[in-house]
Design a protein around this ligand. Structure first.
Ligand code: FAD
Ligand code: NAD
Ligand code: FES
Length: 278
């Protein structure tokens, strides 16, 4: 059992949660994730480890409420305990002294890219961050990211804050301004990662993406998280979650993410009905 020690609402549908998990806090590296179960009968969902505190033995998660399990998790309170937390899982981000790294986060993906920014900075890189949200009210972690990187550019789709437009536009502008870029890390919605890879491809700028397929066992046994990278089948839970974005088949990822959409809708409706009855 893992106790929730802190819970904060970052926006309408994004929650930050700090959880007791001393073994994971002591070992985890940037880019790794956990799998959790809210209760004994709950499904297993993967979430990235955004931060950790080794003294307190805690890890920080930031998640968006998109379906039954994330809704159920968001209902839990400080002092409640999760049934199980497994990790750290996946390969850590390959951190080197690259030179200038651009880190792009979209929506809740901003939380996932935050530990990568931290690790790149600690390794001596110049880090330029681009973070984008649909509108100002749902932008997360602006102050935290500004505090750790060399330059931060914020975008909103509706122009309510920062640059008006998508993060892809800002990255194209940076490239056009002759900014030296040695590597790009991009984490967010699948269309964002796909189109960012198309921005960097003509210039041969290495672009790492973190993939979010459906996972079941997260140990490389079930094949649920399979993706195609460079024409080869890879299991995101054990081979990833980060891959060379120029090699990823994003169409396959998009279609596989929709495999259980009907069942997910039913589960969410059923969950909402049970909540309304309480
Ligand atoms: P599900 O029921 O599984 O729903 C999934 C999708 O179905 C939703 O995206 C939604 O579009 C659709 N859907 C569900 N119900 C409906 C409905 N009624 N109508 C229409 N569409 C519907 N997420 C984070 O927020 N933070 C993280 O740090 C994070 N890290 C991840 C790391 C990895 C390695 C991976 C693989 C994924 C990560 N994810 C993260 C994604 C997260 O695991 C999923 O969002 C989560 O599993 C969803 O579970 P769920 O039961 O709440 O939603
Ligand atoms: P969103 O739809 O609000 O988009 C966030 C930002 O991404 C936008 O402001 C824009 O700058 C950019 N973007 C979106 N679509 C784009 C496009 N077509 N072209 C260029 N840029 C685009 O994001 P959200 O609602 O917060 O959703 C977050 C998504 O991230 C979810 O789909 C979730 O599954 C995914 N996610 C991915 C990971 C991962 O590890 N890759 C982890 C958590 C969540
Ligand atoms: Fe089963 Fe990756 S989730 S193989």
């Amino acid at each position: 059992m893992n106790k929730i020690t802190e819970k904060i609402s970052l926006s309408e549908d994004v929650v930050k949660m700090v959880i007791e998990a001393p073994d994971i806090a002591g070992k985890r590296k940037a880019g790794q994730f956990i799998v959790l179960m809210t209760d004994e009968k709950g499904e297993r969902i993967p979430l990235t480890i955004v931060d950790s505190d080794t003294e307190k033995g805690t890890i920080t998660l930031i998640f968006q409420i998109v379906g039954k399990t994330t809704a159920c998790l968001a209902e839990m309170k400080e002092g409640d305990s999760l049934f199980a937390v497994l990790g750290p899982l996946g390969h850590p981000t390959e951190i080197e002294s690259f030179g200038t790294a651009v880190c792009v986060g979209g929506g809740v993906g901003i939380g996932v890219v935050y530990p990568v920014i931290n690790a790149l900075k600690k390794a001596g890189n110049k880090v330029i961050s681009i973070i984008g949200a649909r509108t100002k009210d749902i932008l997360i972690l602006e102050d935290e990211i500004r505090a750790v990187c060399d330059e931060l550019i914020v975008t909103t789709d509706d122009g309510s804050y920062g640059v008006h437009g998508f993060v892809t536009k800002v990255l194209q502008d940076l490239i056009d301004s002759d900014q030296k870029i040695d590597i790009v890390f991009a984490i967010g919605p699948v269309p964002m990662m796909k189109f960012l890879c198309e921005v960097t491809r003509p210039y041969g700028i290495k672009t790492i993406v973190s993939l979010n397929p459906i996972m079941v066992d997260a140990t490389g046994m079930c094949g649920a998280c399979r993706v195609s990278v460079g024409g080869e089948t890879k299991f995101t839970c054990v081979d990833g979650p980060e891959f060379d974005g120029h090699e990823v088949d994003f169409e396959l990822l998009t279609s596989r993410l929709r495999t259980y959409i009907d069942q997910e809708k039913v589960a969410m409706e059923d969950y909402r009905c049970r909540c309304d009855d309480r």
